[in-house]
Design a protein around this ligand. Structure first.
Ligand code: FAD
Length: 536
């Protein structure tokens, strides 16, 4: 390692939303300090990754995060407002109503085709051996009802998110503190095994109901899936948020180094020595804005991260894989799988999602950038949005995980790419093509989509792109608190784990809103408070 002469006042490692936002806020507070944001990939945004599908001008594929809960996630709402005050009219961040489940959409479960309305309207068609009390309830209501029995009063709509969190963190269930118990374990005490299976299968996610810290899982579940969520999507894609923040940071003199992975760091005297591309760079303060797996990858070359006090904080969460695959077509063929309503009128399947226990798990009929469904012409599906063990299903149809980051690449090269249809020029310029799916993966998703929609013919896929967030350096799309951990104690500690050392850690992984940008901003604000910067 050569010894460079560079000195930085504040080094931020990780150009996801938490790192970009921290950098911008710090530069506004300390205009004369040298503040540098290091990002290993070739773009800002991390797990916010929005790409334009070839040939479809009015849609954006969200390979990472896609929506916010406008009524409860006040930090992201405040950040958008703050950005829009500074951005030129053409660059402003615009939202649309993100469509959710529609009654005519399909649930293909245990080999049976149901409409989403059947859970409550035709309960005898639901192929699960539910109890007398459970039959006729929607899968979400089964869980919300169980939660109310585990923590009585917590589903009261008048409570704030914070009040719910406090209730759950202080709750006991069956004679033991809730935080010492797993979400799956406590649910199993209340609902039948069949109701649990139905809630996992029809809920669309495996990892949300799995065994993670029940005291954190319960308020988390209620805010996302439980009490009348209203989602907003992003007209130009969610990645526009961190990108806009990064642009404003640069405009006031901040420096961003893309494709610059930090390999490790040491504390030498009163400085950090960062190891970057074979050189050392000195920094007064260091902010690691990244999830657990990224920290684990840094640890072997970073003695401080191996110290018991920090290591035990870092290992308090578990990364949970998430996978997304988008496919495009010349027309929205799925409309044909609609239903006939009581008046005898045909109601197409055209917005929101369909769920299945097949590995694709959730299929979203992707909206136009004004939130309206595509009714004709070039159209797109988020063909698969899956998590947990289902991500493993695609392993045989894609390159091995954990290889690309080691070689300095963002994603592994696909050996048998589904090249799709577009001009050579677009193929070279459009970032969509960095995330090519392989031919076997596209063939398999097409097969499952035909089964789910009960259509023997589905038109050919035009283009396909996927992202597996279980890959390095993320290790997961989201992180969950481990059983036995008291997150309310870990969060204030991990943002500045050592009393006398200006090392800070932030990001979604160690927050109260795991799996959300809101969580990334929450912990970034906690770090910024240490620099006397007001939170959002
Ligand atoms: C599929 C999916 C769906 C989601 N859906 C939503 C949603 O609808 N709404 C929502 O609000 N949130 C959603 N999320 C979560 C949201 O995307 C994340 O919470 C948020 O983007 C995390 O930001 P972060 O700054 O904490 O970390 P990240 O975005 O993970 O950023 C970390 C950055 O650090 C970089 N890095 C890591 N190690 C190094 C190193 N050694 N050197 C240099 N750089 C390094 C990485 O390349 C990355 O850019 C979703 C996530 C996924 C994956």
């Amino acid at each position: 390692m050569t010894n460079g002469n560079e000195n930085i006042d504040i080094a931020i490692v990780g150009g996801g939303v938490s790192g970009a936002y921290s950098a911008w806020q710090l530069k506004q507070k300390f205009p004369d300090k040298k503040i540098v944001l290091f990002e290993g990939s070739n773009h800002i945004g991390g797990r916010l990754l929005s790409v334009k599908p070839p040939g479809i001008n009015n849609m954006v594929a969200e390979l990472g995060g896609m929506r916010i809960l406008e009524n409860t996630q006040y930090r992201i709402v405040a950040l958008i407002k703050k950005l829009n005050k500074q951005l030129a009219a053409k660059d402003k961040i615009e939202l649309y109503d993100f469509p959710v489940d529609q009654p005519q959409n399909i649930a293909y479960l245990r080999g049976f085709h149901l409409r989403l309305s059947y859970f409550t309207k035709k309960p005898n068609k639901v192929p699960y051996n539910l109890s007398f009390l459970e039959r006729g309830m929607s899968p979400g209501s089964i869980i919300v009802n169980a939660i109310e029995q585990i923590v009585p009063g917590i589903t009261n709509e008048a409570l704030s998110e914070e009040q719910r969190r406090e209730m759950a963190h202080n709750a006991n269930f069956a004679g033991r503190p809730l935080y010492e118990q797993g979400f799956w374990n406590v649910l199993a005490r209340i609902i039948t095994g069949e109701a649990y299976e139905l809630s996992v299968d029809a809920g669309g996610y495996n990892s949300t109901l799995t065994n993670w810290n029940a005291a954190d899982a319960i308020p988390w579940y209620l805010s996302d899936f439980g009490i009348s969520p209203e989602y907003k999507g992003f007209k130009k894609g969610f990645q526009q948020v961190p990108e806009s923040v990064a642009t404003l940071f640069k405009d006031i003199g901040g420096e961003i180094r893309l494709s610059t992975k930090v390999d490790g760091f040491e504390r030498v005297g009163d400085k950090f020595q960062l190891s970057v591309k074979g050189e050392t760079i000195a920094a007064e303060s260091l902010i690691l804005a990244m999830p657990r797996r990224s920290l684990d990858l840094l640890a072997p070359n970073s003695p401080l991260l191996q110290e018991e006090a920090i290591e035990s904080l870092i290992s308090s969460v578990t990364p949970r894989p998430l996978f997304k695959l988008f496919t495009t077509y010349t027309s929205p063929w799925w409309r044909a799988a609609g239903d006939t309503n009581a008046q005898g009128n045909f109601v197409p399947v055209e917005s929101g999602r369909t769920v299945t226990d097949l590995p694709v798990r959730q299929t979203y009929y992707w909206p136009k950038d004004n939130g309206e469904p595509a009714t004709e012409g070039p159209s797109m599906l988020m063909a698969s949005y899956d998590d947990g063990t289902n991500v493993g299903f695609w392993d045989g149809l894609r390159p091995q995980r954990r290889q690309a980051w080691k070689k300095g690449l963002e994603v592994a090269e696909i050996i048998n790419p589904f090249e799709g249809e577009c001009s050579e020029e677009e193929r070279n310029l459009n970032p969509w093509f960095q995330y090519y799916a392989g031919k076997p993966m596209v063939a398999e998703v097409a097969r499952q989509l035909a089964v789910i929609h009960d259509l023997s013919y589905t038109p050919e896929v035009k283009n396909a792109a996927f992202r597996d967030w279980g890959d390095d350096p993320f290790g997961g799309g989201w992180n969950s608190w481990n059983i036995g951990v008291q997150s309310s104690e870990v969060i204030p500690k991990i943002v500045k784990p050592l009393e006398d050392c200006p090392l800070y850690i932030c990001g979604e992984a160690y927050s109260n809103s795991q799996g959300w940008v809101e969580g990334a901003l929450e912990t970034a604000d906690l770090v910024l408070e240490k620099f006397d910067i007001c939170p959002l």
